[in-house]
Design a protein around this ligand. Sequence first.
Ligand code: G6P
Length: 609
Amino acid sequence: MCGIVGYVGPRAALDVLVPGLEGLEYRGYDSAGVALIGAGGLTVTKTAGRMADLVAALDAEPITGSVGIGHTRWATHGAPTTGNAHPHRDCDGTVAVIHNGIVENWAALRAKLIANGHEFASDTDTEVIAHLVEDRADMDLADAVRDVMKLADGSLAIAVVRTDEPKRIVAARRGSPLVIGRGDGENFLASDIPAFLRHTKKVIAVDDDRVVDLTAESIVITDLDGNETPISEREIEWDLEAAEKGGYPTFMLKEINEQPTAITDTLRGRIDGTGRIEFSELELDNKIIRMIDKVFVIACGTSYHAAMMAKYAIERWTRLPVEIDIASEFRYRDPVLDDRSLVIGISQSGETIDTLAAIRYAKAQGATVVGLSNVVDSALARDADAVLYTRCGPEIGVAATKTFTTQLVMLQLFGLYLAQNRGTLDPGTIGNLVAAIKELPQTVERALQLEDQIRGMTGEWADTRDFFFLGRAGDFPVAMEGALKLKEIAYVRAEGYPAGEMKHGPISLIEKGVVVIGIATDSHVRAKTLSNMEEMKARGGTIVMVVEEGDEDEVASVADHVIAVPNSPDLICIVNAVVPLQFLAYHIANAKGLDVDKPRNLAKTVTVE
Ligand code: G6P
């Protein structure tokens, strides 16, 4: 996830691009850059770091022009360095391109371009677009971009300028967001409305596989064959703050709703046409994958709940023994590790010091370490032997939501990848599970429709002090995460517990007024969870059951409320089950008037032991 912005009109373009990019920093902030076309031709300034670094570079060496494009990056291909920052240029510096998304076939395109004599200056997938446009120098710029869009696979929102067309920007969209702002004698483009909202409230959404030809006076949108398509314009009523949150009242609610897109982006390019799982970035020799005899998964907070799920997934699908540890405990128990151990460190930020210390310890014992992070080139990514990334874009709300569900998805995929490469599951079973994972953006989208039901049921719980979240097997990590969300943002005592263990102690706390939420989507233990929930009901608890669609009748007699999530097989379904619990915590906190994005005493990234 990155932010792009473009301006064409009478003003100094930088006066629009810089504040525009500052408004988009929530989409990514590891490097930034601008390209302007002015009297002196095409100039590009870019820097690693935040917008403030770019502004300092522009102050040190001012550039001018009234047509320009700008980018704030959240790295997906190539480390967040100045060289990899956008805009990217062609060989002779006549074309500049910014891009949000992933060009999936970049490696093949790059190899071909290099064979034809092009020289690359970065490690990014984006740079191929600049060189492909360069190869079409004799074509009209919009024709060239249409042609390139047909060659590039994957998700693209791009904007291109070329020195021989100094009053024009051509942009295109597939998958990644792109909106146009219509001004008076000037026009704007961006990933999101906050980038130009201070200049115009007239907004045009761009559909997939459309090319936008922008001058100061005109906006023309065509399909990839050059046929003009109708433009539908609307007037935005949000202010700037609301716009950054995409019209949602909080970042957390926005991020909950972004989960289908975050999962789609995370899956992109990782399952080939035949259903085979490919992790092109995972530089881990297949020999090591075959040699490992034990797996450790280490994390903190919400990421630890993803680790809990990983244990079930990897053990179930590979028959490798898996130990899981809270990172701050790992080193101090003197774990038995050697060079046949695989350690997976999970940290969305990649900077949690306990997790870093744990994986460094594991490496020192000879283990192979795979990191799972949402931040490219984070400390975890650099310290690990190999790294996998979720691709959610920055998460601003302190309570993890989209980073958690994408961790679950990546760990399920990684479990199946191990099974595929070690031959522990038959290809048909892997194929069915992979197909279900590919369906998750749709099933999670449907789970988001449960919000109204949950808001309705939580209305009466604003003053409830005690919640239990119970589950068994794959539903247990979901219970733990549901409880943690409620503690974090609603400041309510909430316990996540294995449903079958309640009878050994905590059941003494169940009485009238206690809300007990049972998660029962993992089919092989559902009946047992239900019996445990009967025990809670008998002690006076208010019972909420989270089940799969179709199981509502089975739980009707025990439950005061039933939440039915879309079906997915085996452990995959727990991704759907997490969503209503995020809403549950959110609406209880919201009803109490709490700041859900910045809960008291918590930090998004914890860099102290
Ligand atoms: C903090 C955050 C949690 C997060 C935990 C681990 O405590 O408030 O939301 O789950 O750190 O973060 P990590 O970046 O390592 O996943």
